[in-house]
Design a protein around this ligand. Structure first.
Ligand SMILES: *Cc1c(COP(=O)(O)O)cnc(C)c1O
Length: 395
């Protein structure tokens, strides 16, 4: 029995079954590569689901986390620390948030959404509008906004008042956004639904419709934020200013941290002392990681790099002219390769055999959300292998 099969058997005997049996036990990584417990190397084109923006083992993150852990790991929100204050300031800066804007830190994406749901309730209205295909997390508040029935139904009744409208459809949004609605929650680009980019006009219309009735516009940037789409945040492609954004995945480069940024003074005053809280959220370790990530993205020009490498990847895949590939959609390094047939799981397992980690997000779509440090040469390696992977999946 290999080291890996032995560990996976123990996994199944000890871990709750919600994730199924993982295919690999990973031991370490370097840049965009990871290694499994049997010593095999993979090019990681998923990056911990859009999390490892600096790749694995980035010296800036390693040193920030090592240094901070020797000083202070955790202090609770009874106290604050300089990394926390500096990260809040940096986030407001990269978000282009106006005077009066504020930051709340939690530990995950779903917690950032919970904070935004409570923000919405503070408008005095209980209605929430979300979109078909939406993914906002798995805790019971966020789950009410997540659209997939299989995720929600076993746990109903969830919080009431949530309406789902067709993503991308302005008329449907207009009909749903009434004066009973506290907030509209939208992903700037839908991730779990298969990387769906709405028109610029859609988010602009969402801004106008919410402003007109005094509802908040919350943009979920948990997957799209932190440089992923070729801007710091994907809403910045559209020229709008939301009332709040939720952030997580890429922010800590793998260290758990989530955040909600509230835009402007009146929204930032909706949640007051004692109305929300967390023990771990915004601890010095996670905030030092976040600062190292933002600094490295800036000093290495990774926002621009994500744009360039993403465009190169899309053009290279389309340039193969494969009959199975019907298109590539997405922005920056958040992409989906669309397939004619339902072979994405087969392509992903052929890829794993060949040393590439990719995500079959839908039966006909492969999602690529790699580290932003991915090189053009690494893209060439994957694109060169893709015809063979598709052949193996269709054979
Ligand atoms: C991943 C994700 C979440 C949930 O984040 P967790 O850290 O898994 O709780 C919420 N919204 C979007 C858009 C996501 O991609």
């Amino acid at each position: 029995m290999s080291k890996q099969s032995e560990l996976l058997a123990r996994y199944e005997a000890s871990m709750l079954g919600v994730f199924g049996r993982p295919p690999l036990v990973l031991t370490h990584g370097d840049g965009a590569y990871v290694w499994d417990a049997d010593g095999k190397r993979y090019l990681d084109l998923v990056g911990g689901i859009a999390v490892n923006v600096l790749g694995h083992g980035h010296p800036a993150l390693v040193s920030a986390v090592s240094k901070q852990s020797a000083e202070l790991v955790h202090i609770s929100n009874l106290f604050t620390s300089e990394p926390q204050i500096r990260l809040a300031e940096r986030l407001l800066e990269v978000a282009g948030a106006p005077e009066g804007s504020r930051v709340y830190f939690g530990n995950s994406g779903t917690e950032a959404i919970e904070a935004a749901i409570k923000l919405s309730r503070r408008t005095g209205r209980t209605g929430i509008v979300a979109a078909t295909g939406a993914f906002h997390g798995r805790t019971t508040g966020a789950l009410a906004l997540t659209h997939k029935v299989a995720y929600r139904e076993p746990f109903e009744p969830l919080i009431p008042g949530v309406t789902h409208v067709e993503y991308g459809d302005v008329a449907a949004l207009r009909a749903a956004v009434t004066e009973e609605v506290g907030a509209v929650f939208l992903e700037a680009v839908q991730g779990e639904a298969g990387v769906i980019v709405p028109s610029r006009e859609y988010l602009q219309a969402a801004r106008e419709l919410t402003s007109a009735v005094g509802a908040l516009l919350v943009i979920d940037e948990i997957q799209t934020g932190i440089g992923r789409t070729g801007k710091w945040f994907a809403f910045q492609h559209t020229g709008i200013q939301p009332d709040a954004i939720t952030i997580a995945k890429g922010l800590g480069g793998g260290v758990p941290i989530g955040a909600m940024v509230t835009f402007g003074e009146s929204v930032s005053k909706l949640l007051t002392k004692g109305q929300h809280g967390t023990t771990f959220g915004g601890n010095p370790l996670a905030c030092a990681a976040g600062l190292a990530v933002l600094d490295a993205i800036e000093s290495e020009g990774l926002v621009q790099h994500a744009q360039e490498v993403g465009d190169y990847l899309a053009a290279a895949v389309e340039g193969l002219g494969l009959s199975q590939v019907t298109g590539v959609r997405g922005l920056g390094l958040m992409r989906a390769i669309l397939l004619r047939d339902e072979i994405a799981p087969g392509v992903a397992s052929a890829a794993m055999n060949a040393g590439f980690i990719i995500n079959p997000v839908r039966p006909q779509a492969i999602r690529l959300v790699p580290p932003l440090v991915l090189s053009l040469g690494q893209v060439d390696d994957f694109v060169g292998a893709l015809p063979g992977l598709i052949e193996a999946a269709t054979a």
